[in-house]
Ligand binder design. Structure first.
Ligand code: HEC
Length: 232
């Protein structure tokens, strides 16, 4: 083997090394490894409550219960009530099971079904004179343990607001004289009035005199006379 042959071999080895290193440098230049950024993406379970899941869960409650009830379907609610039937009877005068009978529950004093041994939490609601209004039922059925922390009702809750409204509409039928639904308008008005309080008077006061001056609209009159009176 002469030195020329040896040079070729060494040259080949060095060339290969150079090529491998070159590829390494090139790869590093193209793909920057990113450190300290945590997981590539948050798994739904971990981040959902604050983000997408939260948004989805928060949006429906903004539809007021009265509005949901106005379009609720009692027949669909009866199907939902199958989830409850293992523990509750729904018929008039039927026996308590694991849970108390639910005939006539809407409007009933909480924890007041005869012959049922309620949890201390339900007894406390009863002592406070709380009744099963649609709002209370809605809150309880969303998350029983949030409404009554020590409740004996081992049931996760009905998470879908529409499904819940249907269920409430069904419960409403379990009575000789069903309790009327809360008005569909009440909540949005209250919700709109509350945040607007600070800002509303100015535009209102500005608009009211204009209305009064332009046209003596009978329907606008009470508002028009009230608003200037308040600003005087
Ligand atoms: C695993 C059994 C179980 C299931 C399923 C269940 N409940 Fe109950 N429920 C109970 C028990 C037990 C109580 C008594 C709670 C207490 O004393 O804290 C109760 C209490 C109640 C009350 C309060 C009644 C009163 O007289 O104050 C209502 C309303 C109610 N359940 C509705 C429902 C509805 C609607 C469903 C179905 C969506 C349901 N429950 C599913 C066991 C159950």
């Amino acid at each position: 083997m002469d030195s020329f042959e040896l040079n070729k071999i060494i040259g080949a080895i060095l060339g290969t090394l150079l090529f491998v290193m070159g590829v390494g440098f090139l790869a590093e230049a193209i793909y920057h490894p990113i450190v300290d950024r945590g997981p590539g993406y948050a798994l739904a379970e971990a981040e959902a409550p604050g983000e997408h899941g939260g948004a989805a869960a928060e949006a429906p409650p903004e539809v007021p219960l009265g509005v949901l009830l106005a379009s609720a379907d009692a027949t669909a609610g009866q199907a939902v009530s199958k989830k409850c039937a293992s523990c509750h009877n729904f018929g008039e005068g039927e026996a308590n099971k694991t849970g108390p009978g639910l005939y006539g529950v809407v409007g009933r004093l909480i924890g007041s079904h005869e012959g049922f041994a309620y949890s201390a939490g339900m007894e406390a609601h009863k002592a406070a004179g709380d009744v099963w209004s649609y709002e209370n039922l809605n809150a309880f059925l969303t998350a029983p343990k949030s409404f009554t922390p020590d409740t004996k009702m081992s049931f996760a809750g009905v998470k879908d607001p529409v499904e819940r409204a249907n269920l409430l509409a069904y419960l409403a039928t379990l009575s000789a004289s069903p309790v009327p639904f809360p008005p569909a308008e009440a909540d949005p008005a209250a919700a709109a009035a509350a945040p607007a309080e600070g800002a509303a008077p100015a535009p209102d006061a500005a608009a009211a005199p204009a209305d009064g001056a332009a046209a003596p609209a009978a329907t606008e009159a009470p508002a028009a006379t009230e608003a200037p009176a308040a600003s005087h």
